[in-house]
Design a protein around this ligand. Structure first.
Ligand SMILES: [Zn+2]
Length: 228
């Protein structure tokens, strides 16, 4: 009887802990408040030569869900924002009227957990960072980006954003072009984006044409905290 009572008590404690955890879970609104209170983050939507098409703030993404809610603004850490400013200026000088289009920037870890839950154990898993390790996006040093031309149309990169197949992998471009799976124009478009971004100090992720880092993950982890 005593044992039964203590089990009931233990059960109540666990229920209470679960409720507290749920109540304390970070929401997109909490993340937005944290970012706005920290001067290390910059909203880059106003930069010359930059357009914003934040995919996770709508339903045009692999989750088919708006996961950002109130967190619908493109933030980067200051050094990453400065690199983006340089990249956009270089693009404007080379292609007047063209813009860098931000598809994703700073991403809260709470959102990273939603992505991970969706892809873990599937062929898409290698394309999504484990939230416990953190993505460079979670530190505010990564940018998902494409180009729009002077008509305002996003140009053809051979796949859409978050394609999560070999066709999206820059490291396989030569082989894919040779096999006729990427056209000369698509290849040229990717190379233009890459030249602009790497020229401003970003590095390209080898398996996603849209993803650029302003700081390697190890460096981000060593000196900065993740946005929850
Ligand atoms: Zn990315």
């Amino acid at each position: 009887m005593r044992r039964a009572r203590s089990l009931v008590a233990l059960g109540s404690i666990l229920v209470a802990l679960a409720a507290l955890a749920a109540a304390g879970a970070t929401t997109p609104a909490d993340s937005l408040r944290a970012v706005l209170a920290d001067p290390e983050y910059v909203d880059v939507s106003g930069l010359a030569g930059v357009a914003v098409d934040l995919r996770y703030a709508g339903t045009n993404n692999f989750m088919h869900t708006n996961v950002y809610g109130p967190f619908a603004r493109p933030f980067l850490r200051k050094p990453a924002a400065e690199k983006l400013r340089l990249a956009a200026a270089a693009l404007l000088a080379e292609r007047p009227g063209w813009k860098l289009v931000i598809l994703d920037a700073l991403r809260p870890r709470s959102v990273q957990r939603l992505f991970w839950a969706r892809v873990v154990g599937t062929p898409q898993q290698p394309y999504v960072a484990d939230p416990e390790q953190g993505s460079v996006h979670n530190f505010g040093f990564a940018l998902d980006v494409t180009l729009q031309d002077d008509t305002g149309a996003q140009i053809d990169m051979g796949t859409g954003f978050d394609d999560f197949t070999a066709l999206a992998e820059p490291q396989r471009e030569a082989e894919l072009a040779k096999a006729g799976k990427l056209s000369a124009k698509q290849l040229e478009n990717r190379r233009l984006l890459r030249r602009i971004m790497t020229g401003a100090g970003f590095s390209q992720r080898p398996n996603e044409w849209w993803h650029y880092d302003a700081l390697p993950l190890d460096d981000a982890r060593a000196s900065h905290s993740i946005l929850e």
